[in-house]
Design a protein around this ligand. Structure first.
Ligand SMILES: [Zn+2]
Length: 345
């Protein structure tokens, strides 16, 4: 029987080579609003909403200006090519999997099925616009992000979760672990059971879903699961079409879904940014593997990538085996790692 893989992406600095939130504000010349809001301690999603509103009302920036900024967002050709190959593999395949015809469900090597999802703290309009601009919307099964819409010529952004999500690791607007758990439960209910999940991320917000996948650690209170699952899930799922509308609310369970904790799962954690600064997810996972569980230890930047990856693997998986946390820093390096893992040839 063919295997089924979920390839789950963070967006900023994982799929694209920028932070789309700050990039767009820079392009719009709205940095002063951003700086003022940061100084005032405004919560991130609310800050983006306010800055975009001010860019429209005070600077006269139009939807076309925002769109132009999004089209110019740095997106490495190797990443674009990887997703295009996944999309092409999907359209070339004769369906056959689970009744076939799922957009975003694509075929990898060895008759395996690969579903691609994006879970991001940016917003739905940014992600949809960028994916569509590069012809990548058909490659993605689901997009989960803060819901955005045009109102009075301004893009307005709302939090993904409309109720407290009870996760101690995640920002108030979005717990990616719960979004991923909910996605896995929905897919399982529809008969799509994943054998493994590959997760790509860089930031603090990617720790919660990574912990869920690596060792089935759930960092939110089960009682809050239902509230969060029924939050903005339907509104926040832009996707490429059908799946978002079919998103079911309130399918809560405190039991981690199928592949969570599986030894086949991998977390592709970005190790450093182009400016050399270390990425939070990598530092957190490495410290956790070292037994510290505290990301405040001072020696963050000295690990060499391959050795550190092996350490994380050894500590994270009894019995050894392949590294479950895979470090990467350059997009072309990640594209090669994933092509190999997914047997794209
Ligand atoms: Zn969380």
């Amino acid at each position: 029987m063919a295997s089924r893989t979920l390839l789950c992406w963070d967006f900023d600095w994982s799929l694209i080579e920028e932070n789309s939130d700050t990039w767009v504000l820079q392009q719009l010349g709205a940095e002063a609003f951003y700086k003022a809001g940061r100084q005032a301690g405004t919560q991130w999603t609310q800050l983006m909403d306010e800055c975009l509103e001010q860019a429209a009302s005070q600077l006269g920036r139009t939807p076309a200006d925002v769109q132009a900024a999004l089209h110019a967002t740095p997106f490495h050709p190797a990443m674009v090519a990887l997703l295009r190959r996944l999309a092409a593999a999907g359209s070339d395949s004769n369906s056959g999997m689970d009744g076939g015809g799922d957009s975003g469900g694509v075929a990898g090597g060895g008759g395996s099925a690969i579903d691609v999802a994006v879970i991001s703290d940016a917003n739905t309009v940014y992600i949809d616009t960028i994916l569509t601009h590069h012809g990548l919307a058909p490659a993605v099964l689901e997009v989960h992000s803060n819901p955005a819409e045009w109102r009075g010529g301004a893009l307005r952004v709302a939090p993904y979760h409309t109720a407290p999500h009870g996760c101690r690791h995640c920002p108030s607007n979005l717990c990616k672990g719960q979004v991923l758990a909910s996605l896995l439960r929905r897919q399982a209910a529809a008969g799509r059971l994943y054998d493994r999940v590959l997760y790509v991320g860089d930031g603090k917000g990617d720790y919660c879903p990574s912990a869920l996948l690596l060792h089935a650690s759930q960092h939110w209170h089960p009682a809050s699961d239902a509230a969060a699952a029924g939050g903005a899930e339907a509104a926040g799922s832009a996707a490429n079409g059908t799946t978002a509308a079919a998103a079911q609310r309130g399918q809560a369970s405190s039991i981690a879904p199928g592949p969570c904790g599986s030894g086949s799962n991998r977390v592709y954690a970005r190790e450093s940014y182009p400016d050399g600064l270390p990425c939070s997810l990598w530092v957190m996972l490495r410290n956790e593997a070292a037994g510290g569980g505290d990301s405040s230890s001072g020696n963050q930047a000295e690990a060499e990538a391959p050795e550190a990856g092996s350490e994380v693997a050894a500590a994270g998986q009894a019995g050894g085996g392949r590294a479950r946390v895979v470090p990467w820093s350059r997009p072309e390096e990640l594209a090669e790692l994933l092509s190999k893992e997914l047997q794209l040839g």
